[in-house]
Design a binder for this molecule. Structure first.
Ligand code: OAD
Length: 240
């Protein structure tokens, strides 16, 4: 892959990178996500209809974070982040905190974070630990019952799109890891990056829906494939 100097890297990650840590992906074969249909827990309509159910669901997922650890793929990306001499941005669709717990710094959570709350009264966002429930108090304006999980649901606009677009425009290499390529705008990043002349690599357990758009494809568990790829990248950077 290192047949041209590559300075600027954008890495997109999805649920597959956290699978070996023990967190469920979204589109496993039973079509359910942790026993729920996605539409019942991950839409603004679901929240309006049954906020208690949505809070229970995200409270359980937030609690689950304490039971899991970053895996070899998160650790390898954190090492690449620390050592890569060029620009680098990890854009994750995941709402878990495993990238940051592995040590990644140049990181954006485009679909929000379990460990964050968003107050619908004052629009404040703040760190959140533990259960949220329906009566949570806003840490900015102290309103009660207006705090929701700071998660981008279906039909809502992902975060930081301007910064992501800018990074894609300047990318020499775009890498997609552990994502099915089913949800836009993330699924379209590969085409934006390619249009601007970037090389593209997919690392996934199996070909994703957008696999044909990638110049190079590597299939296998992220915990094996990502450290291998990071070793190659850093060996190439040393050799330059
Ligand atoms: P998906 O569940 O759609 O896809 C996970 C991908 O990871 C699949 O292609 C699997 O083959 C792959 N995979 C599973 N285990 C793996 C492993 N050990 N190593 C490598 N790959 C593995 O999850 P996402 O693509 O992240 O959005 O889903 C995208 C978005 O859809 C999510 O962020 C969420 C969801 O609805 C929102 O909540 C807005």
């Amino acid at each position: 892959m290192a047949d041209m100097p590559m300075r600027n890297i954008v890495i997109l990650t999805g649920a597959g990178i956290s699978a070996e840590s023990g967190l469920a992906t979204f589109r496993a074969s039973d079509g359910l996500w942790e026993d729920h249909r996605v539409e019942d827990v991950a839409t603004p309509e679901a929240y309006a209809r049954d906020p208690a159910l949505v809070h229970r669901f995200y409270d359980a997922r937030r609690a689950r974070l304490h039971e899991v650890e970053p895996n070899a793929a998160h650790l390898a990306l954190a090492r690449l982040d620390a050592e890569w001499p060029g620009e680098l941005l990890i854009v994750t669709q995941n709402v878990d905190d495993l990238h940051e717990r592995a040590g990644a710094k140049r990181l954006l959570h485009m679909h929000g974070e379990l460990n964050s709350g968003w107050c619908l009264a004052c629009d404040g966002r703040f760190a959140w630990v533990g259960p949220m429930g329906e009566e949570a108090e806003c840490k900015v304006c102290a309103a009660h019952g207006m705090v929701r999980p700071d998660i981008v649901w279906f039909g809502e606009m992902p975060y930081d799109m301007d910064r992501i677009d800018e990074a894609l425009m300047n990318a020499d290499l775009f890498v997609s890891i552990g994502t099915s390529g089913a949800v836009y705008p993330a699924a379209g990043f590969v085409q934006t990056a390619k249009y601007r002349g970037a090389q593209t690599l997919e690392i996934n357990l199996e070909p994703s829906q957008g696999s044909i758009f990638f110049g190079e494809r590597r299939y296998g568990p992220a915990g094996l494939e990502v450290p291998k790829w990071v070793d190659e990248m850093l060996a190439g950077a040393d050799a330059e």
